[in-house]
Design a protein around this ligand. Structure first.
Ligand code: NAP
Ligand code: ZN
Length: 359
């Protein structure tokens, strides 16, 4: 994982010189509101000013960024002749920043041919996360919404940010709902990376530390009182989780959750979380799950399942036909299936959807 991580309070302000070396003009890519309210955009602009670097602001990234938005931002970046990109926000702006870098650096790429192209290089990316969930600041993935294919998918060009400035203070005012959903996303990265055919001793070390941090925050997440101490731990857990999936990738819940986000508007972390208990229960070999439960500081899997159910309660209007379609589509997602250590077919996937989403 080649990204330089600068973690701690005032990470941007105290390390502004790390913005140098990528060019004279940056494109700042962010969401519509939150980075203006939590101090991250101001800190970044102050640091750029201090280093005499110019910038252009694109602040229209929506949740689950679409290829249309990415193309629009890339057009601005090309016209303004920017040299590098700074993504500020949750996973959506960070992933958009990576994709925009690909589009600017490869002028022939459009939303119609980007998935067919050979691996492409992006402009340099600097990442400033403001949620503690996706770990996008330390992963090479850019998950985009492809309306033509009616799904979310990884852009497929591997873009690790050069530098990640990670300041937990930006998450202090996150709503409880987003805090819980994003914390669950981080947990699912840790667990899907741990229970993964590509897991190694090194990725497991990161995951086990992440489980301990996440487990110690479970009481706060359930009570709704998440203080600065827990926010710092969740940010660290999310970074560790990103490092894990940068090595292993994710597996069934992520692949299955995209349909719930695309068709039913369920936020990303919640979409994974709601499927997670049935996913864990589907394992025939529970040995590594038991180890995970121990690292979380819990006595038994049942406690984890009860906590997950409490944190991810969701009511969805969904038909049996829809569940069958989602299961069928996931059954052909080779990339995710090969990361899962047990063989599953469309019926098994349908059973996970059904157990998770119907009473
Ligand atoms: P997000 O979609 O980036 O943001 C969710 C909401 O939270 C937005 O309304 C945003 O507002 C707000 N927000 C962000 N930071 C905030 C803060 N500090 N205070 C208050 N509100 C804040 O959410 P996310 O869960 O972080 O990212 C989800 C996306 O990441 C999905 O598209 C998912 O597929 C992707 N993802 C990527 C990876 C990867 O490795 N690349 C891994 C997992 C998930 P504004 O719009 O106003 O900013
Ligand atoms: Zn995720």
């Amino acid at each position: 994982m080649p990204t330089k991580i600068i973690f701690g309070q005032n990470a941007v302000k105290m390390n502004a010189e790390n913005l140098c070396g990528y060019g004279q003009k940056a494109l700042i890519v962010t969401g519509k509101h939150s980075s203006k309210l939590n101090g991250s955009l101001q800190d970044c602009c102050d640091a750029l000013k201090k280093q005499h670097i110019e910038w252009v602001l694109f602040d229209r990234v929506e949740e689950n960024p679409s290829l249309e938005t990415i193309e629009m931002a890339a057009q601005i970046g090309k016209t303004e002749q920017v040299d590098f990109i700074i993504g500020i926000g949750g996973g959506s702006p960070l992933d958009a920043a990576k994709a925009i870098g690909i589009f600017i650096n490869n002028p022939d790429v459009t939303r119609h041919n980007v998935f067919d192209a050979q691996p492409l290089q992006s402009l340099s990316i600097i990442a400033i996360p403001t949620t503690s969930g996706t770990g996008s600041e330390v992963t090479p993935y850019a998950i985009v919404t492809d309306h033509q294919a009616k799904t979310k998918r990884n852009l497929g060009h591997f873009v690790f940010p050069e530098v990640a400035f990670i300041d937990p203070r930006y998450t202090y005012d996150l709503s409880l709902q987003v805090t819980v959903n994003t914390a669950i996303d981080a947990f699912t990265h840790l667990a899907e990376g741990y229970l993964n055919t590509r897991a190694t001793q090194f990725s497991d070390l990161n995951a086990e530390k992440g489980f301990a941090l996440f487990g110690s925050c479970l009481p706060a997440l359930k009570s709704g009182h998440v203080g600065p101490n827990e926010r710092e731990k969740l940010m660290m857990a999310s970074t560790l989780a990103g490092i894990v999936i940068a090595q292993t990738g994710t597996s069934l819940p992520h692949g299955m959750g995209y349909a719930l986000t695309y068709f039913k508007g369920v936020p990303h972390g919640l979409a994974n979380g709601v499927l997670f208990s049935a996913y864990l229960n589907s394992f025939k070999n529970r040995e590594k799950i038991d180890r995970m439960v121990q690292h979380l500081g819990l006595k038994q899997l049942e406690s984890l399942i009860l906590d997950l159910k409490e944190l991810t309660a969701v009511q969805l209007e969904i038909t049996d036909e829809e569940l069958k379609e989602y299961a069928q589509s996931m059954a052909s997602n080779e990339g995710k299936l090969k990361n899962h250590p047990e063989r599953v077919n469309a019926d098994d996937l349908y059973a996970i959807y059904k157990a998770s989403l119907t009473k």
